[in-house]
Design a binder for this molecule. Structure first.
Ligand SMILES: Nc1ncnc2c1ncn2[C@@H]1O[C@H](COP(=O)(O)OP(=O)(O)OP(=O)(O)O)[C@@H](O)[C@H]1O
Ligand SMILES: [Mg+2]
Length: 252
């Protein structure tokens, strides 16, 4: 089925998922429009990583539906999701340290025709000049922060319609954090949609069009980043004071 203009790129409805008998997500509704940058925020253990895993097929969906690009991809494999254009750069993903930077990127495009694969690797490297300089060196020759950015570059080789980044700036120096944010801005300008899980609230709000806050497996707040008092509202939502106010407009 084709996507109609009105349909979101990603549409998650009533999503429940978890680990075996441990239910972590209790019915999540979540949408991303084409080209939109959405920040997924929330305290430690809220279920952010679990949600990305359930959406990208790394965890079973126990109830609810995941639609992407007009298709039902509920419980599709991560490979099928990636083929459809939904790419998840997992939290703390490691690169191969004993092969070259270029080979790490070529591996990410394992199923593409050779010429196309080479072009995609160049495209991904164009976002990261400091990695491109070291393309012939082993992955292990990159700094920790550069290795982390290489995992984002691996995601870009898939030329995603939606890129889901789980704490891409964790542990990075301020300079590299800004580099990651600038890559997000560039991708957005090219029409790539992004879901960003980020602990740095200010950076997340500056980069995103909309935010969702997740607390204990529930969406407790969703808002445009243009709305006033958002940091304060998020803080209150984290501590549970805004849950009952969800159905009402924000107080001035
Ligand atoms: N492999 C696992 N097995 C069992 N429970 C898990 C597993 N991974 C996470 N959990 C639990 O699921 C809940 C949500 O964890 P999750 O990692 O999704 O949170 P998060 O919002 O990504 O947190 P953080 O900000 O620390 O990354 C937590 O209670 C966590 O303990
Ligand atoms: Mg997490």
């Amino acid at each position: 089925m084709l996507t109609s203009a009105a349909e979101p790129l990603l549409s998650v409805a009533g999503l429940q998922s978890g680990y075996g008998k441990i239910r972590v997500l209790h019915g999540i509704d979540f949408e991303v429009s084409p080209g939109e940058v959405v920040a997924l925020l929330g305290p430690n253990g809220a279920g952010k990583t679990t949600m990305l895993r359930a959406v990208s097929g790394l965890l079973p969906v126990n109830a609810g539906q995941v639609r992407f690009g007009g298709r039902d991809i509920t419980n599709a494999s991560p490979r099928e999701a990636a083929r459809a254009g939904l790419v998840h750069v997992i939290e703390g993903h490691r690169v191969f340290t004993q092969i070259s930077v270029t080979d790490n990127l070529l591996l990410a495009g394992y199923d593409l025709a050779r010429r196309e694969r080479a072009a995609r690797v160049e495209e991904a490297l164009s976002f990261f000049p400091e990695i491109a300089e070291k393309r012939h060196q082993f992955g292990g020759a990159l700094s920790g922060g550069q290795q982390q950015m290489l995992t984002v570059a691996q995601g870009l080789v898939r030329r995603p319609r939606l890129l889901m980044l789980d704490e891409p700036s964790a542990g990075l120096s301020p300079v590299l954090v800004d580099r990651v944010i600038s890559v997000i801005d560039q991708l957005r300008a090219r029409g790539t949609a992004i879901v960003l899980v980020e602990q740095l609230l200010g950076k997340a709000l500056a980069a995103a069009d909309r935010v969702y806050a997740l607390v204990q497996g529930h969406v407790v707040l969703q808002a445009s980043t243009a709305e006033a008092n958002l940091p304060q509202r998020l803080e209150r939502a984290y501590f549970g004071h805004e849950v009952s106010a969800l159905a009402q407009p924000a107080q001035p």
